[in-house]
Design a protein around this ligand. Structure first.
Ligand code: ADP
Ligand code: TRP
Length: 322
């Protein structure tokens, strides 16, 4: 059976891009193997220095995943920081990671360009991510397209370790859903917490409607034909609607006679209805914090057992254990 692993940073409320690019495919994939999904709180610390917010966001990611259909009986869901061997493996991997490999990574450059303070942790972020992946002997890693480079770095580091110390790690593969690789935000650019263009999964009805109705469009008049393929309204809609419904909207775009406002209303009601059962589930979970903590603790125990066994092999290979 394939081992599937992924993580998501608790650096804010999760949005439709996170859901379509990572959560939905990860929850689907979990049905086909043994899955380990974690809340990347150590990664979030690279950009978030507010203890109360980090605690709240971490817990909310757990609620969101469970509400969106992750089955806690079959899948492990835990906090990254609950696995103490991860930082040890990060250090070991760092000792074979060439500086040039990290210097080529986009995420450090992007984040410092967006105003985040440059730090050793932000620069070494991909090494921590490699440790996350390699410590569970992972086969498949479902992520959005923006994480592709980090998977390549992980494989490079694993190869370097194997060359240096003998065969220790298997090489993981990224699993990227091309249809939801880059979900557009309300301004048409990639939806991202850092761009302020997000639509949160569990937003209030009023606020979600407002964000969708304010989506940026061009000034094509109501009666004129429009191109669905370049429209973020259509590109979001098709990811939630059935094939038939998506084809119908595409046809209306091309025919003309329908304004963007009407398409936005249709997008809002489809998205709002899509998440209705998940909102119910989330409300139930919110009133059962002990249940959620039990899942996180139980999953961490299982993840730790696996991490310990892989680390016994690693520590022996590098000479930290006999
Ligand atoms: P953000 O850019 O909002 O900070 P993260 O970097 O925390 O999001 O991403 C968490 C996961 O969600 C990653 O696997 C990432 O690839 C995916 N993801 C984030 N935004 C999008 C998007 N707009 N389209 C597709 N996937 C996305
Ligand atoms: N860097 C990922 C992101 O920003 C989160 C992450 C941390 C992750 N460790 C991971 C994803 C390991 C997959 C595997 O979304």
């Amino acid at each position: 059976m394939k081992r599937i692993l992924s993580g998501i940073q608790p650096s804010g409320a999760l949005h439709l891009g996170n859901y379509l690019g990572m959560m939905r495919p990860a929850i689907e994939l979990a049905k086909q193997g043994e899955a380990f999904y974690f809340i990347a709180d150590l990664h979030a610390l690279t950009t978030l220095h507010d203890a109360e917010a980090l605690r709240r966001y971490s817990y909310n990611v757990a609620l969101d995943f469970l509400a969106c259909g992750l089955d806690p009986e079959k899948t492990c869901l835990f906090r990254q920081s609950a696995i103490p061997k991860v930082p040890l493996l990060t250090w070991i991997l760092s000792t074979v990671t060439p500086m040039g490999l990290l210097e080529r990574c986009h995420s450090y450059k992007d984040k410092t360009a967006r105003g985040f303070a440059s730090s050793h942790a932000l620069f070494a972020y991909p090494v921590l991510m490699a440790a996350d992946i390699l410590i569970y002997d992972s086969d498949i890693v479902p992520v959005g397209k923006d994480q592709k480079q980090h998977l390549e770095v992980t494989r490079d580091i694993a190869i370097k370790m194997n060359e240096t110390f003998g065969s220790i790690f298997k090489l993981p593969e990224a699993s990227i859903r091309e249809d939801a690789a880059l979900v557009p935000g309300t301004d048409g650019a990639k939806m991202s917490k850092s761009y302020g263009n997000t639509i949160e999964i569990f937003d209030t009805e009023k606020s979600m409607r407002k964000k969708i109705m304010a989506m940026v469009t061009d000034s094509t008049p109501v009666e004129a034909p429009k191109n669905p393929d370049t429209s973020s309204i259509y590109n979001l809609y098709r990811l939630f609607a059935s094939e038939g419904e998506a084809a119908e909207m595409a046809k209306k775009f091309r025919t003309g006679g329908t304004g963007y406002g009407a398409f936005k209303k249709q997008l809002f009601s489809t998205v709002w209805e899509y998440f209705e059962p998940m909102r119910k589930k989330r409300a139930e979970l919110e009133s059962a914090p002990d249940y959620v903590e039990t899942i996180l603790r139980r999953s961490a125990e299982k993840a730790n057992t696996l991490a310990e066994s892989v680390m016994a092999r690693v520590e022996k290979a590098v000479g930290l254990r006999s």
